[in-house]
Design a protein around this ligand. Sequence first.
Ligand SMILES: O=C(O)CCC(=O)C(=O)O
Length: 271
Amino acid sequence: MEVPGFSYLPGFITEAEGAALLQYFGSLKPLWESRYVGEEAKREGQGSRRLTRPVYWLGAWQFACLGYYSLPNHQHEKCLRAEPIPEVMQSILRRLAPKLAGHQDASEQGQAPNTCLINYYGTELTRDRTGRMQPVDYARLRMHRDGEPGPVVMFSIGRPALFEFVDGATPKDPELALWLQDRSVVLFSGPHFKDHLYHRVTRVLHGDTPAMPRVLEGFKLMRVSVSFRSVPEAHIKALREFSAPAQAQVRGYVEQLAESSAHFRAELEPR
Ligand SMILES: O=C(O)CCC(=O)C(=O)O
């Protein structure tokens, strides 16, 4: 499907690439971040604003508690240098370059995305009031806009997901809704799809194929999406370059990441 500012490419990712991506997603330990930490969390009620899904960022990590990168006012202390985008993703992005060029304005031509958000959608086994374990479906993403400049590229792996674009004034009535299939790619850009409409994921279909890796205890993974964006390199900083309050906000998360990541272990080492 192709309309100005939106492209949907079913089956763009090959079976071999899909398998390599799944193996890679399974090698990461995603974080289930909260929007508030520390004193703010106490005010809001601890855990009350957990994100709807565990996430992992590559290139630059944007922590929910610091707010996300967006132009023109949220550029500083939003992006912590993260692990590089792996070759399996880079080679799919290289094949997408001509398509991406059609979504880029003159100043963006030739620019490849330098950061991405990996979303892990699934169900969590939670104890109900009687003490029984019940699966709770968290596989959705609230309506939002991505604030980084330029087009967004998204990969979908796993169960089909209902992806919608909505106008903020009429959110009950999607302007575009489609089921994103396993191994598909979406690109969107421009004043209408990127800057005016919001996008969201409202459902992920249950089922057992493709087989998904186990990433977190008590969590059944159903789908993974990767959304690639571009952030100016000058705005991506090491932890020690953040102010003391920003470092304090994210240190607990970086310590968690460091348990399975040499990159984040190095971030914590004194210089
Ligand atoms: O999961 C998806 O397909 C959408 C992801 C998304 O909207 C985002 O990462 O900003």
